[in-house]
Design a protein around this ligand. Structure first.
Ligand code: CO
Ligand code: ZN
Length: 339
């Protein structure tokens, strides 16, 4: 399949999409699917009240759900002072160290820089000690561009270098790309297939909860980024490395993955000659966690893209891991999940 992941990533990362503001990214995904997926007439799609974007290819057999969240982390303006500096709250998991000296952008194109109160010792800085400077001369000028309640995301140009992709929003635009590329590769499938691009994952797996409830699948796989253990002097060992293939999730803080789904992924990987890693992430969770606990329970697993510096403006992943994750999902869905 000729799918240029870097070009596609640039297209999706141009869309503005913090949690709760998924409209633009959903639009970009819809256009990309229309351009990329053959037999698009076999698919129906709709957006639900939570702004999840849900594709459905009706078929006989078990109900299968593939999911990836569309939203990215960001900040929301909580206060603007007399000098025009803004304070903000996190949208999703943010560390002060990842924000200092970073550029952010708002939906209307306004850009700013995050800085910190110099009086506080650097090591003691919390989010409360940071502020956002849009270069305004006083409150009135600031409010002409940015209001309390406006959301911003990291601003930064992505780059590709060899097999490496780097930039903001890899979490989880690369998961969305994985699903789009998997949809493009699918021929006949022995299932009733749903592909959900979910909203508000970063603030508590919220969109996936309603999407999974509406669909009530038999099997589900979520695609998201995961940490790697291949950096110097990491605090906790983790077996996952960049560029060594997609990871089949065993467990994270939100989920212990279903054995049948894991085995189906291992089986598909072996048959398609795709290297896979086994992921245990000791911190954080993913959509899989809420999907598994939907209604009477769903057999759920996850395919993860090894990613360094997750939730920073410079997340880094391997393009070949993304391509292999797409091929793995397409193969697993084609072969089915029954033990
Ligand atoms: Co995230
Ligand atoms: Zn994510």
């Amino acid at each position: 399949m000729n799918f240029d992941f870097y070009k596609a990533f640039r297209t999706l990362s141009a869309a503005f999409g913090p949690s709760g503001r998924e409209h633009d990214i959903a639009q970009a995904i819809t256009e990309m699917i229309a351009d990329t997926v053959p037999h698009i007439g076999d698919w129906a799609h709709h957006t639900d009240a939570m702004h999840n974007l849900i594709y459905h290819r009706p078929g006989s057999g078990k109900k299968v759900l593939l999911a990836a969240h569309m939203d990215s982390i960001g900040v929301v303006v909580t206060h603007i002072d007399d000098n025009g500096f803004a304070r903000f709250a996190p949208v999703g998991g943010l560390m002060p160290g990842d924000l200092i000296d970073c550029r952010v952008r708002f939906a209307n194109g306004t850009r700013g820089v995050i800085s910190f109160e110099e009086k506080t010792a650097y090591k003691d800085l919390g989010l409360d000690n940071l502020f956002l400077d849009i270069g305004a001369n006083g409150r009135a000028q600031a409010e002409a561009s940015v209001q309390v309640g406006d959301f911003a995301v990291f601003d930064g140009e992505p780059f590709a270098q060899g097999d490496i992709l780097c930039g903001p929003y890899l979490d989880n635009r690369i998961g969305c790309l994985t699903l789009i590329a998997a949809m493009a590769q699918l021929e006949d499938v022995p299932c009733d297939l749903y592909v959900a691009f979910t909203a508000q994952e970063e603030v508590g797996l919220r969109g996936a909860q309603t999407a999974a409830f509406a669909i009530q699948p038999d099997y589900a796989i979520a695609v998201d980024v995961t940490d790697t253990g291949d950096l110097p002097e990491r605090k906790y060992p983790m077996a996952v490395r960049l560029g060594a293939g997609p990871a089949v999730k065993v467990m994270d803080r939100s989920v212990i993955c279903d054995g049948d789904v894991k085995q189906a992924l291992y089986r598909a990987a072996a048959r398609a000659d795709i290297p896979v890693q086994r992921e245990i992430m000791e911190f954080g969770g993913t959509d899989t966690g809420v999907i598994q606990r939907t209604a009477g329970g769903v057999k759920a697993g996850a395919v993860s893209i090894p990613t360094r510096y997750v939730h920073s403006p410079n997340e880094m992943a391997s393009l070949s891991d993304v391509a292999r994750a797409a091929a793995l999902l397409a193969r697993a869905v084609s072969e089915g999940f029954e033990a």
